[in-house]
Design a protein around this ligand. Sequence first.
Ligand code: UT7
Length: 333
Amino acid sequence: MVRTSVVAGLGAWLPAGVVTNDDLGRELDTTDDWIRSRTGIGRRHIAEPGVATSDMAVEAGGRALKSAGVARADAVVLATTTPDRLCPATAPLVAARLSLGPVPAFDVSAVCTGFLYALATARGLIAAGTADRVLVIGADTYSSILDPGDRSARAIFGDGAGAVLLRPGEPDEPGALGPVLLASDGSGEELISVRSGGSREPFRRETAADADPYFRMNGKAVFRGAVERMSQSSRQVAEESGWTADSIDRLVAHQANLRILHAVADRLGLPRERCPVHLDRVGNTAAASLPLALADAVAARRLLPGHRTVLTAFGGGLTWGATALTWPDVQPA
Ligand code: UT7
């Protein structure tokens, strides 16, 4: 008998520093009007220099434990594309700083789909009996990999962390994770990438002048892929849950661009108001995007217990996915 995973806690954390569109406009050739009309984003939070992904992950993870009313978890799965270091993984440090003891802790790398991949991995640990309570964290410090002169990327990305605690439970209880769809297409590797600093093009002091350590994205191609894949995957998990696409109460989609959210809602025949919007205040926070959007929607009472909820994301890899659940009575801490 496979054990079901249930969402039991939710935590969010944003760095205090806020960068508005006007702030960007004073530094780059851009305007509040351009950014708002093309993306829906008004501002984003940016980590102070010296603040790393683990620092934000600890904050969000601790809050998810508190929200669930527990002090400990048996495992930590951390989704991030901006680990503290290339080596080792960031999750063990997070587990140690949360005083969780010698628990399994590892990173999952699936860019903006990372949180869904981490959730699915955590579900597997619970199903196999490897762990009971798993802390699933999405945390990213994109400000550490953005080209200071790239007005397109700087307009959309922000920093932050979000987390959920999963526990074993019954398939028919609120919060039980339903079908999970995960997918990838590595032929799209070049559309979102950091070229230098990996094994393909190692960082060498002698060739540093030719290196490109920054995040690069082909925004237009990614935009099209995001609309296509997030609407397809949402439809599929809804149908596997026995719901018609237009009966989804809340579609919590990766917060990259308001025009993407609207296009996905339109394709599914959903009123746009059923897609909670958080990106206007935080931008695209990559792996943190889904748990942060969940926490914001619950706090604003836009996502309520009993809502038929679909989570979906798309990102570098390329990767994408979706899952479905009935939202439980869980409040963010
Ligand atoms: O999180 C993973 C998934 N990521 C996404 O889903 C992101 C999806 N992509 C997007 O959201 C959009 O493609 C962007 C917001 C990143 C860019 O918007 P776009 O409408 O696709 O613009 P573009 O990159 O095609 O650029 C159009 C023009 C260019 O100028 P020219 O070459 O036509 O003269 C850009 O240089 O807009 C210019 N531009 C800007 N202008 C003012 C790009 N960024 C800016 C800016 N301010 N911030």
